[in-house]
Design a binder for this molecule. Structure first.
Ligand SMILES: [Zn+2]
Length: 422
């Protein structure tokens, strides 16, 4: 069971989202008393995570009347902002053919990304070695001292228990039940964790993307397979023992097409990259991806480009995939009634060919009388954003509790941002 969000988290998160921001605005945003905010702010300032910024009383550059904020003209308004250089965090996104590493500052802004080839179905030790190389390379390229890093999170497709660092199953490994979190931690001077990849992209949407202003929403990822993440009351829903929603394996047909999971009629067997590819290229089988993931990606991109160039038969395949996914998302909306469903992942390279029929079909299933229509949006972004979401998971922990690594040492004052807006 996860801990509730701490006051420390709420204050830091509202400064990250709204800074520079006043103490009164933080209290309003967090639903905390002003005295509680004052106490938290004091310790955050003392530890060097946030800094005071004075807004000059004769104007803020936006043409706003400063007297609106501060009736005592001439007295500068004091806001609070993050000290982004206080520490750094690392996120990694693994797929069967590629590894993306991102290093961010304490606010979650990406400072550098490194992308390297990666081979799936590996012995866990070899996978950990490859991650170690990628992380070290990213830190060297970004000129960041490893001692200023609070932690690392690696996003992995499969069944992951984040709290225990356990991977029950993933196509990344050649075996099941891998204690990969502890294996990674041995290699770095900072804590390392693992998380399901759909969960980290969902966190990225919550921190930086389409879910930024929502406390509950769903994300559907369309890639080689189909995944899902769910945020409820500002927390990731992780399900029983960390195995969250497996939306890709929701069934849409009795005795339907074979799925990677070994069952029949799953939604991903109709709408994922592999499902489209095997329909149009009969020599591609369920195993083609794991045998040669790079060639597989070249093919799906070629097929998509040909469809966009006007190939009618290919366009019809993408439309069919979109319709089926739209039906499944309609079921999801009927089950959960979220305010928004965000569709993301590489499968969106198909654009409107896939997405327009998806929305049309999901809308058809909307129940009469429900005036609160769920918004369905497409959001295409790259692997570096998934890695940024993994980094945000480390930040979430660092915002919750003072991080152990540099808790007792204030950040270098030379790295503090300018105190004035002038
Ligand atoms: Zn399945």
């Amino acid at each position: 069971m996860e801990k509730p969000l701490s006051g420390r988290f709420r204050v830091l998160d509202s400064i990250r989202r709204g800074g520079p921001i006043s103490r009164v605005e933080i209290a309003d945003a967090c639903g905390l008393s002003r005295s509680a905010v004052t106490g938290v702010v004091q310790s955050l300032q003392h530890e060097g995570w946030i800094t005071e910024v004075q807004e000059l009383a004769h104007g803020n550059g936006n043409g706003e009347d400063p007297a609106r904020h501060d009736p005592g003209r001439g007295r500068p308004r004091v806001n609070l902002d993050m000290n982004p250089n206080a520490a750094h965090v690392l996120g990694v996104k693994l797929s069967l053919h590629r590894m993306s590493v991102a290093v961010t500052d304490f606010r979650g802004d990406v400072l550098h990304t490194t992308t390297l080839p990666f081979n799936g179905s590996q012995h866990p030790d070899i996978a950990a070695d490859m991650i170690e190389v990628g992380v070290r390379r990213c830190l060297i390229e970004a000129k960041i001292d490893k001692n200023r890093v609070l932690g690392l999170c690696v996003a992995i497709p499969g069944y992951i228990n984040n709290l225990e660092g356990l991977c029950y199953w993933s196509p990344i490994f050649d075996r099941d039940d891998v204690a990969f979190g502890p294996l990674l931690s041995e290699r770095f001077p900072f804590p390392a964790s693992i998380e399901n990849d759909a969960n980290v992209v969902t966190l990225a949407e919550h921190w930086f993307g389409e879910g930024r202003n929502l406390s509950s929403f769903a994300v559907v990822t369309v890639e080689h397979g189909i995944g899902m993440g769910l945020v409820t009351h500002d927390r990731l829903y992780r399900g029983h023992n960390g195995i969250g929603p497996e939306f890709g394996h929701a069934k849409i047909e009795f005795s339907g097409r074979p799925c990677r999971c070994g069952q029949l009629g799953c939604v991903e067997a109709y709408a994922a990259d592999y499902a489209i590819l095997r329909q149009v290229l009969p020599h591609f089988s369920l195993d083609s991806y794991s045998q040669d993931p790079k060639a597989y990606h070249v093919e799906i991109e070629r097929i998509t480009a040909e469809a966009k160039a006007g190939d009618q038969a290919l366009t019809a395949e993408f439309a069919k995939a979109g319709r089926i996914l739209g039906r499944a998302i309609g079921n999801l909306i009927a089950t959960l009634n979220p305010p928004k469903v965000i569709v993301t992942g590489e499968g969106l390279r198909a654009g409107e060919m896939l997405f327009a029929p998806l929305v049309k079909e999901a809308r058809k299933l909307q129940l009469a009388g429900n005036r609160f229509e769920t918004e369905i949006v497409a959001h295409l972004w790259g692997d570096d954003v998934w890695a940024r979401g993994a980094a945000a998971l480390v930040l979430q922990q660092a915002y919750m509790d003072p991080p152990a690594l540099i808790r007792d040492s204030a950040p270098d004052s030379a790295e503090l941002p300018s105190q004035a807006l002038a």
